[in-house]
Design a protein around this ligand. Structure first.
Ligand code: DAT
Ligand code: MG
Length: 172
C-alpha cells in the first residue's frame, strides 16, 4: 500500500489506538435454556475458544423474567415477546462475555441467522438447532447492544482482566 493511500480510519496517522481498541471489543453471548438442556455448552464454548476469542466472564444462572424483559426490551411489541421471555426464563442459561477483534460481528456470523432454517452449515444455529423459537444461543447484534447487555448481566468486577498466553499467536 502506498504511503499516500486514503485512510479509512479517523485515527491519527500512525496511531495504534484504533487497533488496540478493536482487539478489546466485547460481546455478550448466552447459551439459552434449550442449549443448556441439550448439553451444548461445551460445543459452543469450544467454538469461541478455538476461534481465538478470549473469555472475559461466564456465569450459570436461571434469569428472572424481569431481567429477560429488559434484555429483549426492543422486541416488546412483537407477538412472540411473551413466549420468548417465558422460554428464556424456563431454565438455566450460560451467560458469557467474549473479547477480540470484531467479536460482535464475527460472533453473529458464528451464530448464523436468527432462524436456524436460514443458517448455513458450519454455524452454531445451522449445525445444532431447527426452530427459531428454540435457537439455542444469543449474541449481541452491535457494539452498543453488547455494552448494554454486558452491563445488564454482569457487574464490572465480574469481568476478568488477564493476558491470554496465545494472544501473540492469534494477532500479528
Ligand atoms: P437474534 O437472536 O438473532 O438477535 P432477534 O433479536 O431478532 O434475533 O430476536 C430475538 C429472539 O427472539 C430470537 O433469537 C428468537 C426469537 N424470535 C425472533 N423472531 C421470532 C419469530 N418470528 N418467532 C418466534 N421467535 C422469534
Ligand atoms: Mg437480537
Amino acid at each position: 500500500m502506498s504511503a499516500a493511500a486514503p485512510r479509512r480510519s479517523s485515527a491519527r496517522p500512525g496511531s495504534p489506538v484504533r487497533t488496540m481498541a478493536a482487539k478489546t471489543e466485547r460481546t455478550f453471548i448466552a447459551i439459552k435454556p434449550d442449549g443448556v438442556q441439550r448439553g451444548l455448552i461445551g460445543e459452543i464454548v469450544k467454538r469461541f475458544e478455538q476461534k481465538g476469542f478470549r473469555l472475559v466472564a461466564m456465569k450459570f444462572l436461571q434469569a428472572s423474567e424481569d431481567l429477560l424483559k429488559e434484555h429483549y426490551i426492543d422486541l416488546k411489541d412483537r407477538p412472540f415477546y411473551p413466549g420468548l421471555v417465558k422460554y428464556m426464563s424456563s431454565g438455566p442459561v450460560a451467560a458469557m462475555v467474549w473479547e477480540g477483534l470484531n467479536v460482535v460481528k464475527t460472533g453473529r456470523v458464528m451464530l448464523g441467522e436468527t432462524n436456524p432454517a436460514d443458517s448455513k452449515p458450519g454455524t452454531i444455529r445451522g449445525d445444532l438447532c431447527i426452530e427459531v423459537g428454540r435457537n439455542i444461543i444469543h449474541g449481541s447484534d452491535s457494539v452498543d447492544s453488547a455494552n448494554k447487555e454486558i452491563s445488564l448481566w454482569f457487574k464490572p468486577e465480574e469481568l476478568v482482566s488477564y493476558k491470554s498466553c496465545a494472544q501473540d499467536w492469534i494477532y500479528e
